[in-house]
Design a protein around this ligand. Structure first.
Ligand code: ZN
Length: 202
């Protein structure tokens, strides 16, 4: 029988010598066994148990948020805060108060902020509320398109032709049978309102 201490030391030397090779092969294994990786992660979470400490949950969320900010926009929380303060914590378009992304005491009831950027050049423009300003007002519009929109709204062609001609009042569309819109369960928990809105809107 060989000396177990010697075997251990030998294996340790081997590991150190082949560090990069072993890391590469581990990476390959992870890439080839995504379902095993997922299972191992699930096992770990099951062993550890759910995180219930509210402070720890919040910390985890903030770390995830900071990571997302950095990977998506290349901004640190400090830089985000700098921009937020420059804008006095308000959406630059609708002027509504924005919730601070990293300070829980600053405008906790404010609107969620989006980092608006030029999708073509990637240049960051500022903080605006996620909805409606970022998604609906700016959308993917370029400065040229937005300028054309301002011109159109300021001087609508129909004004010149008809004057202020108003459309007739909206007719109410018939609703589809409730059974097709999510059945009794939807009606029971009150979610029919959203379903209804979706079917009659526009
Ligand atoms: Zn806004």
């Amino acid at each position: 029988m060989r000396d177990p201490a010697k075997v251990k030391a030998k294996y340790k030397r081997y590991r150190e010598k082949n560090k990069t090779k072993r890391a590469a092969s581990a990476r390959t294994w992870r890439e080839n066994n995504p379902e095993r990786v997922l299972q191992l992660q699930r096992d770990y979470v099951a062993r550890r148990g759910a995180i219930t400490d509210p402070e720890k949950i919040m910390r985890t969320k903030l770390v995830a948020s900071a990571y997302q900010l950095l990977t998506t926009f290349g901004l640190t929380p400090e830089e985000w805060d700098q921009l937020y303060r420059y804008q006095n914590g308000k959406c630059r378009i609708c002027q509504k108060v924005l919730r601070h992304r990293f300070s829980l005491d600053l405008a906790p009831d404010g609107k969620m902020a989006s980092v608006d950027h030029d999708h073509k050049t990637g240049v960051i423009r500022g903080l605006v509320c996620a909805m409606p300003c970022n998604r609906r007002v700016i959308g993917n519009a370029t400065l040229e398109e937005a300028t054309a929109l301002v011109t159109y709204l300021s001087d609508p062609p129909a004004y010149a032709v008809f004057g202020e001609r108003v459309v007739p009042p909206k007719k109410r569309k018939k609703r589809k049978p409730a059974a097709k819109l999510g059945g009794t369960q939807g009606a029971a928990n009150g979610s029919t309102r959203t379903v209804r809105r979706r079917t009659t809107g526009r």
